[in-house]
Design a protein around this ligand. Structure first.
Ligand code: SAH
Length: 215
């Protein structure tokens, strides 16, 4: 999509992603295409491509572009996957994923956010995103198993239902830690074996739910 932010968006890809080691060309392409400014308040559109997270509503945030690209790249999507995202938020991450896999299932617990995200999915013709209002720590059993799972809020541990809904082979990225800082964990299941690799230190908003924080 060509719009007035085209130049600034390509600069974001160069200066924040390529230069820091994001090298999956399909991830770089979609980060250079998706109009991130549509996912933030009108008053903040000029900041949408900055090197930081931005507030959306209800104290929630849209992750920094680098984190979005980094977590997406970690899933190693080839285009055929079924992906579960927990924490729809603005919908930005779901749209990025939707262009790299077959189908995205995304779960959000706050109706205000989900309603807004759904309007953007329609506007951008993202017909391969299905969304649901619920506690995402329970996953979305109906369509399990998922080839990839991305959790975009931080919890004290990996929710058991999400592990149960991860396919074999399957990959999940999830921030795990306390309410201030977390480590981004890459969980892989292969031949029945679960492995956990620690990637980066990150700061996410709370994952609130039965297998997350109380609030
Ligand atoms: N992926 C989002 C970032 C969202 S911030 C984006 O691209 O904008 C984290 C989101 O997780 C918030 O919207 C928050 O309401 C949501 N969240 C927190 N706990 C949740 C839960 N148990 N189930 C579903 N969503 C949850």
């Amino acid at each position: 999509m060509i719009d007035r932010f085209e130049t600034i968006r390509q600069r974001m890809v160069q200066e924040q992603l390529t230069s820091r080691g994001i090298d999956d060309s399909k991830v770089l392409d979609v980060m250079g295409e998706v109009p991130r400014h549509l996912f933030v308040d009108d008053a903040m559109q000029a900041n949408a491509y900055g090197d930081y997270p931005l507030p959306i509503v209800d104290g929630q945030t849209i992750s920094q572009p680098f984190i979005v690209a980094y977590m997406t790249q970690a899933l190693q999507l080839t285009g055929v996957e079924k992906v579960l995202e927990i924490g729809t938020g603005s919908g930005y991450q779901a749209v990025i994923l939707s262009r790299l896999c077959e189908k995205v299932y995304t779960v959000e617990r706050l109706n205000s956010l989900l309603a807004r995200a759904r309007r953007i999915f329609d506007r951008l013709h993202c017909y391969n995103i299905q969304s649901r209002l619920d506690d995402g720590t329970l996953g979305w059993p109906e369509y399990a198993p998922y080839d990839a799972i991305m959790v975009t809020a931080g919890g004290p541990e990996i929710p058991e239902p999400l592990l149960a809904q991860l396919a074999d082979p399957g990959r999940m990225v999830i921030p795990v830690g306390d309410q201030d800082v977390q480590e981004l964990q890459l969980v892989t299941r292969k031949d029945g074996l679960i492995q956990v690799e620690v990637l980066e230190r990150v700061r996410f908003v709370n994952l609130v739910g039965e297998y997350g924080w109380e609030k």
